[in-house]
Design a protein around this ligand. Structure first.
Ligand SMILES: [Fe+2]
Ligand SMILES: [Fe+2]
Length: 192
């Protein structure tokens, strides 16, 4: 049976991938006749990415899962260095995107292309990052980690409750944010 931490990582990756696809669809649609709603939802999506994956998901991969895998499966070390580097720069990237979105909203069309290109690059980079974790790091971890290692990692990830996976009760603090995203974003993440 797969360790529960890997299940949680997969769930969180799926939630994040759905968010990134929805963000891409929003960009294809453009602001249309409701620019206020458009910028509101995109801003909420970027805020979500900054709030959950950047603060909860990546640190646990970097602190708990990756070091043990890199130590016991040295062939993964180079890739893990690259993934750690991605984690270290993730917050800066998403903050830069938030700033570029604000520039488009407040300064107008001349800033649209910069955001559009940066957001598309960010989405493909992130999807590739998650793909490498699942296709290279997970199999290596399963091959080399002992039951005691998994107990420790599983316990740490179990406290990591991303409400967008749909598997945990919602934290009331974030309810407003999710309602904003879900009522206006396109499927599969939302109803709009
Ligand atoms: Fe990661
Ligand atoms: Fe991840």
């Amino acid at each position: 049976m797969e360790p529960s931490s890997l299940h949680i990582i997969r769930d969180e990756h799926a939630a994040l991938a759905a968010m990134l696809h929805a963000l891409g669809m929003m960009l294809e649609r453009g602001p249309g006749s409701d620019p206020a709603g458009f910028f509101d939802v995109l801003g909420a999506m970027l805020f979500y990415i900054d709030e959950f994956p950047e603060r909860l998901h990546h640190p646990k991969e970097t602190q708990l899962l990756f070091p043990k895998v890199a130590q016991l499966a040295p062939q993964t070390r180079e890739l893990i260095d690259r993934l750690d580097h991605d984690h270290a720069h993730g917050e800066t990237s998403v903050r830069a995107l938030q700033h570029q979105l604000m520039a488009w909203e407040l300064l107008g069309e001349s800033r649209r292309r910069a955001f559009d290109e940066a957001a598309k690059r960010y989405c493909s980079f992130y999807l590739e990052h998650m793909r490498l974790e699942e296709s290279v790091v997970f199999p290596a971890a399963l091959a080399v980690l002992a039951p005691g290692d998994w107990q420790e990692i599983d316990a740490a990830f179990a406290t990591n409750c991303d409400p967008l996976t749909g598997k945990y009760p919602r934290d009331p603090v974030y309810d407003k944010l999710f309602t904003r995203i879900v009522t206006r974003a396109p499927a599969p993440i939302g109803l709009g």
